[in-house]
Design a protein around this ligand. Structure first.
Ligand code: 8YV
Length: 315
C-alpha cells in the first residue's frame, strides 16, 4: 500500500469488509480508540472517509474530531443511527445499501412468522428438554387464509407481501400518505384499523423519531388475542414496555422480534415467554446479502473517490 493511501475510519470490525478495506486504505477502528481527544489530535485530521453500518451509525462526538471527513458509507439500508442533519450541515454525503437486502429481510420475516405461528422454537425446546415422551405438543395456527397486515409497504415490505401471498395470505397495508395506485392490497390509513383487520402484523418501516412507538398499546389492543406481531424493522418502532404488558396479559397471541429498543439488551420478560420468538438483528444476515452489501459500500466509496458522487446517496 502506498504511503499516500487514504485514511478510513470503521466504526467496528465489519468482517466481510475488512480485508478489502485494509488492502486499499489505512484503516482506523473506532472501537479500538480509548482516548478520543489524544487520538483526534494525532490522527483525526487524516481521516477522509467513515465506514459504518445501520446498527452502529456514527457519533457526532467522534465526527467532530474528523475535520477533513469527506464521505460516510454505511452498510445497511436504515440510517436512523446516523446524524444526517449534522453531516448535511457539514456538506458530507452519506450512502447506504438499499435493495440488495430486500430478499434476505423478507425471508427472515417469513421465517419469524412461520416459527411463531407453528411454535417451532418452542417445539425445539420441547424435544431438547426430553418432553416428547411424556407430553403432547400444542397445535399452532396456519397462515393460509389469514390476513397479513403490513405496517409499511416500501421495497422490503412489498418483497415480504409477495411471499405472504404465496402462502395464501390476504395482504393489507398501512403507509403514510396516499395508497399506492397500482397495488390491489387493501389499504388502511390508520394502523389501529389495520391491526384490527390483521392476524399477523409485520412491521417494516424505517426507524427514527417519526416512527417511534408507532406500535403502541392501542395498536396491540386492536391486534387482539389471536393476533401476532412480527418486527423486522427497528426496535424503536415498537413500544417494548407496552408489548411486554400485552403479551403478559394475553392481549395478543405472540410476537417475533428481530430488533429491540436497546440492542443488544432484550427485556428478560420477553426471554421468559414461550409465545415469543427472538433473533439478534439478523434480517439481512446471509452470506450472499452481506457480501452484496459490502460490495455496494466499496463501490460507493470508489465512485466517490473517482468523481465525487455516490451510487446510493441518502442525502
Ligand atoms: C444490518 C440493518 O443489520 O440494513 C439495515 O438497516 O439494520 C441491517 O441490515 C446492519 O446494517 C449490518 O450491517
Amino acid at each position: 500500500m502506498s504511503e499516500n493511501a487514504m485514511h478510513v475510519m470503521v466504526w467496528a470490525d465489519i468482517p466481510v469488509l475488512m480485508a478489502d478495506l485494509k488492502s486499499q486504505f489505512i484503516v482506523h477502528n473506532r472501537a479500538e480508540i480509548k482516548d478520543l481527544a489524544a487520538w483526534g489530535a494525532a490522527e483525526g485530521g487524516k481521516i477522509e472517509a467513515v465506514i459504518t453500518n445501520g446498527m452502529l451509525g456514527t457519533e457526532v462526538e467522534v465526527l467532530e474530531h474528523l475535520p477533513n471527513l469527506k464521505v460516510v458509507c454505511s452498510m445497511g439500508v436504515g440510517y436512523d443511527a446516523i446524524d444526517t442533519a449534522y453531516l448535511s450541515d457539514r456538506g458530507i454525503p452519506v450512502s447506504n445499501t438499499p435493495d440488495v437486502l430486500n430478499d434476505a429481510v423478507a425471508e427472515a420475516a417469513m421465517a419469524l412468522m412461520l416459527c411463531l405461528t407453528r411454535r417451532i422454537s418452542q417445539a425445539e425446546r420441547f424435544i431438547r428438554q426430553g418432553a416428547w415422551s411424556s407430553q403432547k405438543f400444542p397445535a399452532g395456527h396456519q397462515l393460509t387464509g389469514k390476513t397479513c397486515g403490513m405496517v409499511g409497504l416500501g421495497k422490503i415490505g412489498k418483497t415480504i407481501a409477495k411471499r405472504a401471498e404465496a402462502f395464501g395470505m390476504n395482504v393489507a397495508y398501512y403507509r403514510r400518505g396516499e395508497p399506492y395506485a397500482n397495488i390491489d392490497y387493501t389499504h388502511y390509513d390508520s394502523i389501529v384499523e389495520l391491526a384490527t383487520a390483521a392476524d399477523y402484523l409485520i412491521v417494516i418501516v424505517p426507524g427514527g423519531p417519526h416512527t417511534q412507538h408507532l406500535i403502541n398499546a392501542d395498536v396491540l389492543a386492536s391486534l387482539g388475542r389471536n393476533g401476532y406481531l412480527i418486527n423486522v424493522s427497528r426496535g424503536t418502532v415498537v413500544d417494548e414496555k407496552a408489548l411486554v404488558a400485552s403479551l403478559q396479559s394475553g392481549e395478543i397471541a405472540g410476537a417475533a422480534l428481530d430488533v429491540f429498543e436497546n440492542e443488544p439488551h432484550v427485556p428478560l420478560e420477553l426471554t421468559a415467554m414461550e409465545n415469543v420468538v427472538l433473533t439478534p438483528h439478523l434480517g439481512s444476515s446471509t452470506h450472499e446479502t452481506r457480501q452484496a452489501m459490502a460490495d455496494l459500500v466499496l463501490a460507493n466509496l470508489r465512485q466517490f473517490l473517482t468523481d465525487g458522487t455516490l451510487i446510493t446517496p441518502i442525502n
